[in-house]
Ligand binder design. Structure first.
Ligand code: GAR
Length: 213
């Protein structure tokens, strides 16, 4: 592979809260040697909330972290300009939404087209939006889960990269179900990102073969 010719692929992770998916991705990157395999590293974590618990975890993991507080901006567009400035400083190969709870405009999504991924706590296309686990229980579903997908301007509806199914047990509460789904999220999100990195590397390799200079 011709990785040495290519710049490091920076992964930036956007969070709003607990950051457990972020931690699982950072851990997978380290355990699975993403830098050596794909030339990729988790370069930074950005939160739209100053009180996100995940910020302390990124500090403990030794990952650069920033806050772009959406409440400091008068409009969604102004927030997104500041967010994009922060992200673009890292020239990200992937922008990973990991419990990032802001809706993004079509302009923002277009800027990172093909590089923007999300995890959603339902078996998409079922239960887009919020409160997914309670809605699945209330609907009498026997299976819930999570979906990793590319982000498009339409909420929670881009190309599906991975899904995990989790049975809904008799008497399940939304919190108990959410905890079991979250454990699966940690596995499939890291797997899906590794697959994307492998695909990007192959595309670079193929391009180098076609145009060696
Ligand atoms: C996860 O369950 C994720 O799927 C969900 O927020 C949680 C974040 O947990 N995301 C969404 O609901 C996005 N629409 P974490 O902060 O511990 O990774």
């Amino acid at each position: 592979m011709a990785r040495s010719k290519n710049p490091v692929k920076n992964i930036v992770i956007l969070i709003s809260g607990g950051g457990s998916n972020m931690q699982a991705i950072v851990q997978a990157a380290r355990d699975q040697h993403w830098f050596e395999k794909y030339g990729a590293q988790v370069a930074c974590v950005v939160s739209n909330r100053a009180d996100a618990q995940g910020l302390a975890s990124s500090a403990a993991l030794g990952i650069a972290h920033h806050v772009v507080d959406h409440t400091s901006f008068e409009t969604r567009a102004a927030f997104e300009i500041a967010l994009a400035e922060r992200l673009d400083a890292y020239q990200p190969a992937l922008v990973v939404l990991a419990g990032f709870m802001r809706i993004l405009t079509a302009d923002f999504v277009a800027r990172y087209a093909g590089r923007l991924v999300n995890i959603h706590p339902s078996l998409l296309p079922a239960f887009t939006g919020l409160n997914t686990h309670q809605r699945a229980i209330d609907a009498g579903c026997t299976v819930a889960g999570a979906t990793v997908h590319m982000v498009t301007a339409e909420l929670d509806l881009g190309l599906i990269l991975a899904r995990a199914e989790v049975p809904i047990l008799p008497g399940d509460t939304k919190d108990a179900l959410a905890a079991r789904v979250l454990a699966q999220e940690h596995l499939i999100y890291a797997q899906a990102i590794a697959a994307l990195l492998a695909q990007q590397l192959k595309m670079q390799h193929d391009a180098t073969e076609m145009n060696p200079n």
